[in-house]
Design a protein around this ligand. Sequence first.
Ligand code: 5AD
Ligand code: SF4
Length: 475
Amino acid sequence: MPKRLYIETVGCQMNVLDSEMVVASLRKHGYELTNDPKLADTLLFNTCSVREHAEDKTYSALGHLKKLKTKNPEKVIGVMGCMAQKDQKLVFERAPYVDLVVGPGQLQQIPELVERIEAGAKHQMAVGLGRRDGSVDEIKRSHETFDPLRDPSMRPTPFQAYLRIQIGCDKFCTYCIVPSTRGPEQGRPPQQIYDEARLLADQGCKEITLLGQTVNSYKYVDGGTTTRLADLLYQLQEIDGIERLKFVTNYPKDMTYELLQAVRDLPKVSPYLHVPLQSGSDVVLQRMKRGYTVQDYRDMMQRIRETVPGYAVSSDFIVGFCGETEKDFEQTVELVKECRFKNSFIFKYSERPGTKGAELMKDDIPTEVKQRRNNDLLAIQTAISEEDNQEFIGRTVKVLIEGPSKRAVRQGTQDEPTLQLIGRTHCDRIVVFEGNQRQIGQTLPITVYDATAFTLFGNIVTQEIRPQPYTLQIV
Ligand code: 5AD
Ligand code: SF4
């Protein structure tokens, strides 16, 4: 009988991709997936450490498993991902019934570690070296990228896939835990990336999103040749079957003119750029050690405007970072109004032990103030998104159709032939419309008749099927 795997994933796209890989590797070891923890032989939690809240939720979910494990000691419970790397043995201390702790750079070891636990071993742990615990090479080797197998059935839609081009991060923003959980920045070899993209295209994938913590800093040096993100895009553009290429997340300073030219010149590359600004105040940016000024970001926006027609830029912000004054916050508001982002992800600062921010600065902004700033900034961004989306009313956009909308899924109508569908434009705007099952996975023109801040509503343009011209038969 096949063994059953239950897996819960929180956090960023990297984690989603890591889970896809782990599931694929466990399938090779005879596992199938289940949605029910009670039926599972192995339960895995892929975790996030970016904010404290995410960790609290994971520990609380683990807390609920105590009874299950006491009743069924043969079940294997594992914690993988960033919180596993950050907390290491602390996970066993806080949740002693967890069997397995595996960092994001050791995921390839999971099948073997699970087998060891099944054979009676206790508390197994595989984590990467800390950023000060060895030579650069040793540290790099201890954080490995894990991209061996692709499994279309694990993806939200078989037409879309993430493809990792880089792991780790060397930017060390003072608030961020990622450089220590995911290790040093390392670009994957271009040939591996190309081969994986080919494989995805062969599996029917139409849209690939390239992933990296600072994806536009991608660099791979082989002898005398240096490959950058723009070079990769030119290579991937050539793959038949791939219709769209995206890349996230970008670092403002590395948004070069060469890269923007590639975005402009390559029809498959989405003109959608996610480039987190984090704050509109130079003082705060400096304290965050982001490595750019507000003026640098403005210059980058200007470059984008001048170079990429139909561009859409989105951003991330942290409100209530150490020492953020009302004036600093107002500057952020001003910049959001000036840049008119497609959308922004807004977060309240969460102090992370192990970062320079936690070591050197005081988390001195009261929770209520963080919350108010969060609400205010979100309201301003939402108004901008709504205004900009309304510009689309009456226009026809090309939409890659992803599948049933949330409403169709909720109503249980997702199996009916006609249903509400959801897809995205080339510039990453969500479009909802009535359609047909068979259209899922196609790219079709849709005319927009209404818009909110988050969604465009449209109708599929009916394509005229011309009758065959009448030809006179001469006998
Ligand atoms: N507190 C709040 N938000 C954070 N982010 C990263 N670290 C923290 C933190 N300590 C946000 C940043 C980043 C996004 C992925 O998460 O905005 O761009
Ligand atoms: Fe974290 Fe900064 Fe690296 Fe992004 S660039 S992962 S925010 S350290």
